[in-house]
Design a protein around this ligand. Structure first.
Ligand SMILES: C[S@@+](CC[C@H](N)C(=O)[O-])C[C@H]1O[C@@H](n2cnc3c(N)ncnc32)[C@H](O)[C@@H]1O
Ligand code: SF4
Length: 377
């Protein structure tokens, strides 16, 4: 049995056809001319880090963005071929994010041939008028075409991203989105509450009174509605924003919430190795022109105490919460003792509960999760 610690790999593809009005991820609509050089740089980064692969057992690879499906599939193949030179990808969950309207059948076939085995499609809503408002390039019909292509070429592990709290979005909209989506029997559904990120077009439109978003109370109702319906339909609510059919939880994300290590390649990619957090530069010029050493910056060198707090913070995102035994095994301490003040306070407020071996959010705690996480920052 392979005793090496687990490692996830994240690859960032920072190109998008058009910027959605709410998005502050590192992605550009006007830098496609740099894609060849960019991919070359990622290959160099992987080459530089190849020794890491000897010390770890890689369990997940996640190709995210940006819009990975908007670049030619030969680039995705090149990246995966490079990784395969150094490790055996048998049993590795390999995900790629796709945007409807950017995938051809040939691309889908190439992804399959390159051993990608999980697809994540950004849908957000089935209402075309809402998609237009938030600046998406696609319609619901485009999503269906992308989904059908994925099925046709044999993908059996498919996620769709949905959003709630969108401008002018009603419970009725969400109801019909779920009704449509339930017909597809997707393995995984992520449901994100719209976040108004600073310096986005969305923020400006809201400040100028050109768009309004549902009040918090309404947004919470939307969330509870989604949770109830998906659970009735047999989905497991395993993390604040994530639902899956049994056994189909995303390994990549679960590893992050369990504080497992990962290495990120590409612009603005993060890594967590040996209790240290690194981030890559988010400046494209710097990324393409600097030598490898200057790309990764140390952000945090965790003390044991910081690591313990972070373990709680991440673990409490999962609905099963933090397992007391696992915590003890990892840190040699009882979390009920070292966090007794925080746990007592949050339990009194009805936000946290201790159930057998688990410290977890209550139903109320799910709605006010930020208040819980604040205690562990
Ligand atoms: C960064 S995107 C990458 C995937 C792909 N480019 C897409 O948009 O479909 C991943 C997901 O993050 C979510 N997201 C991005 N910005 C968000 C925001 N400001 N608030 C809530 N969710 C957001 C969207 O649901 C999106 O599908
Ligand atoms: S397609 Fe995805 S990554 Fe690109 S701008 Fe829209 S939300 Fe952001």
């Amino acid at each position: 049995m392979d005793q090496r610690p687990e490692l996830g790999i994240y690859i960032h593809i920072p190109f998008c056809i058009k910027k959605c009005i709410y998005c502050d991820f590192t992605s550009f609509p006007d830098k496609y001319d740099l894609q060849e050089r960019y991919i070359q740089k990622i290959l160099e980064e992987i080459e530089n880090e190849k020794s890491v692969f000897e010390n770890y057992k890689v369990t997940t690879i996640y190709i995210g963005g940006g819009t990975p499906s908007s670049i030619e599939s030969k680039y995705i193949i090149r990246i995966l071929d490079k990784i395969k030179k150094y490790l055996d990808i048998k049993n590795v969950e390999i995900t790629i994010e796709l945007n409807p309207g950017t995938v051809t059948k040939q691309k889908m076939l190439d992804y399959k041939k390159a051993d990608i085995n999980r697809i994540s499609i950004g849908l957000q809503s089935t209402q075309n008028h809402l998609l237009k408002t938030i600046g998406r390039i696609h319609t619901y019909e485009d999503f269906i075409k992308t989904y059908e292509l994925a099925k046709q070429v044999g993908f059996e592990n498919i996620n769709a991203d949905l959003m709630i709290g969108l401008p002018n979005q009603t419970i009725q909209d969400i109801k019909s989105t779920l009704q449509e989506i339930m017909k597809l029997k997707l393995q995984h559904i992520s449901v994100y509450s719209l976040i108004i990120e600073p310096d986005t077009e969305l923020e400006e439109l809201i400040e100028n009174g050109k768009l309004t978003i549902p009040p918090d109370e309404e947004e919470r109702k939307q969330y509870q509605y989604v949770k109830n319906i998906l659970e009735l339909e047999g989905y497991i609510h395993y993390e604040i924003s994530n639902f899956s059919l049994p056994g189909k939880q995303s390994k990549h994300n679960t590893n992050c919430w369990e504080q497992k290590e990962y290495i990120g390649f590409g612009l603005a990619a993060h890594s967590y190795i040996d209790k240290k957090r690194f981030s890559n530069t988010n400046d494209m010029n710097e990324y393409l022109n600097n030598d490898y050493i200057k790309i990764k910056t140390l952000q945090e060198n965790q003390t044991q105490e910081e690591q313990e707090k972070e373990y709680m913070l991440l673990g409490l995102r999962k609905l099963e919460g933090v397992q007391i035994q696992k915590f003890k095994q990892k840190f040699g301490k009882n979390p009920l003792y070292i966090f007794r003040n925080e746990i007592e306070e949050l339990t009194d407020e009805g936000l946290l509960e201790v159930e057998l071996d688990n410290i977890k959010l209550t139903r109320k705690g799910i709605d006010f999760a930020n208040l819980v996480w604040e205690e562990f920052i």
